[in-house]
Structure formats: structure tokens, C-alpha cells
Design a protein around this ligand. Structure first.
Ligand code: ZN
Length: 150
């Protein structure tokens, strides 16, 4: 880590320590409201069957424009296409959006991030399911993480 980055980190830690209880509450409230607004925009798009990121139908798939909504497995999507999504988006952005999709279908039931239930072989152990029907393969974020390690 460069000295400049280290200094920035220390300055930020000092700034956080210097905040009053009131400032912390206001900051948390502002962040919470921002997240709520963001989710409301997501929800409106989702209810219309559209992707919150690319504005295209969730059922659409075009190799020219990789998007996280591909992980909902639109027609034409293949496992090998995950790499293009991983090159464009970070794991935390992907995780966050997939959690929103999974929660739209069934709140908290479709997400498993319990460390005890993981294999221990991956950097991140997380399973997010979305619209899994009998006889179909589900969406497993674990597969994405494995690809990312190659
Ligand atoms: Zn999209």
C-alpha cells in the first residue's frame, strides 16, 4: 500500500472517530434513505419485467452487452457467458443485485450464506436461488466465484 493511500485511510479513520453520535445517526439515515430510493427504482423496473441496470427486459440476452441480469438465465444464456459478466461487474455488485432479485421471489428463503454449510473450497460461499422449478438448474453464485478464481 502506498504512503498516500495509507494516509488517506488514516485520515478517513480519524474523520469517522471524530463524528458525534448525531452525525453518525444522520449519516446512517442518509445512507438508509439512499438505499431505499435505489431499491424503489429497482422494484419499479422489476415489476415491469425490466433490468434495473441496462433497462432491457429481464428475459433478454445479447452477447454484445453483458449484464448481471444474465445470471437470471434468460433464453440463450450459457454458463460460459458468466465470464463476460464477471469482467464487467464486481462480485459485490453482482451479489447485491442478485439478492434483490432473489428476495423479490421469496424474501430471505432463496439466499444461503451460512459458512457452516459451505464446502470451504471457495473464496466466497454464497448460494442465491431464483425461480428454480422442478427439473431445472438453479442459479448458483458459487459457480461464478469458482470461474473468477481461474
Ligand atoms: Zn440488465
Amino acid at each position: 500500500m502506498s504512503d498516500e493511500l495509507r494516509k488517506k485511510g488514516k485520515d478517513f479513520a480519524d474523520f469517522l472517530q471524530g463524528l458525534t453520535e448525531e452525525e453518525i445517526r444522520e449519516g446512517n439515515k442518509a445512507e438508509f434513505l439512499r438505499a431505499q430510493e435505489e431499491h424503489a427504482r429497482f422494484k419499479k423496473m422489476y415489476d415491469d419485467g425490466l433490468c434495473y441496470l441496462c433497462n432491457k427486459p429481464l428475459s433478454s440476452f445479447s452477447r454484445k452487452t453483458p449484464c448481471i441480469h444474465w445470471l437470471l438465465k434468460p433464453k440463450g444464456f450459457k454458463k460460459k457467458d458468466i465470464k463476460a459478466v464477471a469482467e464487467r461487474f464486481g462480485i459485490f455488485q453482482i451479489q447485491s443485485l442478485l439478492r434483490w432479485y432473489a428476495n423479490e421471489e421469496a424474501f430471505a428463503r432463496n439466499i444461503n450464506n451460512l459458512v457452516d454449510e459451505g464446502s470451504g473450497s471457495k473464496l466466497i460461499e454464497l448460494t442465491i436461488k431464483y425461480k428454480i422449478e422442478k427439473g431445472t438448474e438453479g442459479l448458483f453464485l458459487n459457480q461464478f466465484v469458482k470461474l473468477n478464481k481461474i
